[in-house]
Ligand binder design. Structure first.
Ligand code: PMT
Length: 347
């Protein structure tokens, strides 16, 4: 199939997807917030670059009134950590994330084996006072300063999604809103996006029953074994990367996508294939088991560039690798990307 035909057919598939699936309830309010955010930065600091970081996994509901859903693996660590680096580099960040996944700054104190209360102590001298424990104070002060800076300067906009349909509507809307800033826009697509879904017309309205409805309304079915299996028939979600590159994103913007694989023999080939197919700027490949300390950058000039956190520094791996990924930022102004230096030297 020619590239032209591929583009046309994926545009058709995308258009059909949006026609057949309902937009998220929050879309209008998110659009208003993002429009205001982009306008504010365009007017107050015309040179400021804005990155849309996507983060966390999308869900695929099995029922319209959703009790059960299929999830995509992602805690949001990559996205939240990278967002902090982009902010440090002076970007304004729109953080499109899975609801309740990790967020920039608060990620240091949430979802960890430590409960946030473990960072605190009751003040000994002061009646009723609460303090941060001594050993955590230095780091917390640093994180707090960065958080306050981002907040006071309106540099971070947090927009949540849940389902793959929410995500795609939001992505299309945000990309379109970024048009006025042209090449100062960057897309950094770290979210783990579902490849399969249940089309609206085939989705159950109510909770799928585990047995046929019987006298008690819940458990009448006499079936056993195979007769009570739940067989789910999923359709492919159209690949939206193509439509993002070809029509939603502003011309000249930089688009970085991620490729997640579990089989090391496939990673580079699949990342190269993605770049060839979608004609964007960079694919960052990672394997599920080594994603915290090893990524590969595939760039348009045919470059294959591995970034690795040395074994001795792996306890700090996430900070290290995201700092290197942040190098994508340095190249934003000079397409095509050309990366130098492959090993993380600071954590
Ligand atoms: O959050 P963490 O726990 O830190 O994990 C980080 C991560 C492993 C999730 C992250 O580094 C990562 O690899 N994210 C991309 C995961 C993913 O969706 O990979 P994929 O191989 O399924 O898709 C490749 C690309 O196709 C992605 O850019 C995706 O946006 C795009 N895609 C996917 C599905 C779809 N229907 N349309 C798409 O365009």
């Amino acid at each position: 199939m020619s590239p032209h035909k591929t583009t046309e057919s994926s545009k058709d598939a995308a258009a059909e997807y949006f026609e057949k699936n309902p937009s998220p309830k929050a879309l209008n309010s998110h659009q208003a917030l993002a429009r205001e955010f982009i306008q504010y930065h365009a007017e107050t600091s015309p040179d400021r670059r804005i990155v849309l970081v996507t983060s966390g996994g999308t869900t695929v509901p099995l029922e319209n009134q959703t009790v059960r859903f299929i999830d995509n693996f992602s805690a949001g660590t990559r996205g939240a950590t990278s967002a902090e680096y982009f902010l440090k580099q002076g970007y304004a960040v729109i953080f499109l994330h899975r609801q309740f996944s990790l967020l920039p700054y608060s990620r240091h104190y949430s979802h960890s084996t430590n409960c946030f209360l473990d960072f605190m102590d009751e003040h000994q001298d002061d009646e009723g006072g609460v303090v941060v424990r001594k050993e955590y104070q230095e780091k917390m002060r640093r994180v707090l300063e960065e958080y306050h800076y981002a907040k006071q300067n309106r540099l971070l906009l947090l927009l949540p999604f849940v389902t793959v349909t929410d995500y795609l509507f939001e992505l299309r809307a945000l990309a379109t809103l970024m048009h006025p800033i042209g090449s100062r826009a960057m897309f950094y697509l770290a979210a783990a996006v579902s490849d399969f879904f249940i089309p609206r017309e085939r989705m159950d309205e109510h909770k799928i029953q585990s047995r046929d409805n019987g006298a008690d309304g819940e458990t009448g079915g006499q079936g056993s074994g195979a007769s009570r299996q739940l067989v789910i028939n999923l359709d492919p979600v159209p690949k939206f990367l193509n439509t993002l590159v070809q029509s939603w994103a502003p011309k000249g913007s930089m688009i970085v996508s991620f490729k997640l694989e579990t089989n090391p023999d496939l990673l580079v080939a699949k990342a190269e294939q993605a770049l060839e197919r979608y004609h964007h700027d960079v694919v960052i490949g990672n394997l599920l088991t080594t994603r915290k300390w090893e990524v590969v950058f595939i760039t348009r000039d045919g470059g294959e560039h591995w970034v690795r956190v040395p074994k001795t520094r792996r306890s700090k791996s996430f900070s290290g690798i995201e700092k290197m990924i942040g190098l994508a930022e340095r190249k934003h102004e000079q397409h095509p990307i050309d990366l130098e230096g492959g090993t993380v030297t600071e954590g």
